[in-house]
Design a protein around this ligand. Structure first.
Ligand SMILES: [Fe+2]
Length: 296
């Protein structure tokens, strides 16, 4: 079992300063200008190589900022065995970088050895809950670290689902003793696509179990919202974020932007907007150990 008495030994993000997703076109400028952001987040899989330029860059960023490792390929919800080679690479990276947080998505990305290149939702049932909890425990034991799991956006639902998504997410965190990376944009996208009250989702999340918040932009097709990570955060998502912060405290917050990359100024402007909302709140939610989360 992992030693949860000895919580994540890592540099915490700067209080009240939002982080930004770090993407290659911005590497040079961010190293040169050292913008005032709370942390940087990278996709873990981009740094799985034995060495080379990407890893050199990551070490250089790590000297200046806390780093959050965000994975997209572990397929926590799949019926396939956990990919141990993938996990080995993640452990090696985490041991080298000492990230402030390791996160994965509460989803599956393939089955039967086939990779589908998408973050697909789970059926929200007691059976899939038991399954994904056991997989998260396996990952945490292997890494010797607590991870956080992120709620995903979705465009369809399983007819077998009989647990509300928000209850499923919280129950996973409680049973697996992991954190929640709460993507507020994904909540809004799903609330519109599946017609539920986004605030009800936030209300169901236990303050103290959320270790990070994601914000991003979506595309409105007229029929559904698509989580593109390719635009500024929308006004209703900012409003929902403000509601989330009022309930959960000023949780370390990240601006995600993966497609149609903006200039650094636009990205940093979004982070400043999040800072301003956090600074209106008096409560700050630090990263907590598993023990603390359950005592909270
Ligand atoms: Fe996200």
């Amino acid at each position: 079992m992992i030693d949860k008495q000895n919580p994540d030994v890592m540099t915490p993000p700067i209080v009240g300063n939002a982080g930004i997703g770090l993407r290659a076109p911005h590497y040079q400028a961010i190293l040169a200008e050292k913008p005032d952001v709370g942390f940087l987040e990278v996709h873990s899989e981009n740094f799985f190589s034995d060495g080379g330029q990407p890893l050199k860059y990551l070490h250089a960023f790590r000297e200046r900022y806390p780093i959050s490792l965000h994975g997209v390929g572990l397929s926590l919800g799949s019926a396939d065995e956990i990919n141990i080679a993938h996990l080995q690479k993640l452990k090696r990276l985490a041991d080298a970088i000492e990230p402030t947080l390791i996160s994965e998505h509460l989803c599956w990305v393939g089955v039967g050895g086939r990779f589908l290149n998408d973050l697909l939702p789970l059926p929200y049932t007691a059976e899939s809950l038991r399954h994904v909890v056991s997989r998260i425990e396996q990952v945490q034991d292997y890494l010797g670290r607590r991870i956080s799991v992120e709620n995903v956006s979705s465009y369809l639902e399983f007819v077998d689902s009989n647990i509300p998504e928000w209850a499923f997410v919280q129950e996973v965190a409680d049973r697996a003793d992991c954190g929640i990376l709460l993507d507020v944009n994904n909540i809004y996208v799903n609330a519109i696509n599946h017609a539920f009250d986004a605030k009800k989702y936030i209300d169901a999340i236990t303050p103290g179990s959320v270790t990070e918040i994601h914000l991003a932009g979506f595309q409105d097709t007229g029929e559904i919202l698509i989580d593109t990570h390719g635009a500024t955060v929308s006004d209703p998502v900012w409003a929902l974020y403000e509601y989330a912060v009022s309930r959960l405290g000023s949780v370390p917050t990240l601006i995600e932007w993966d497609t149609n990359l903006p200039t650094r100024d636009v990205l940093l402007g979004e982070a400043k907007h999040a800072d301003a909302i956090m600074k209106k709140q008096t409560r700050f939610t630090p990263y907590l150990s598993g023990k603390d989360v359950h005592a909270a």
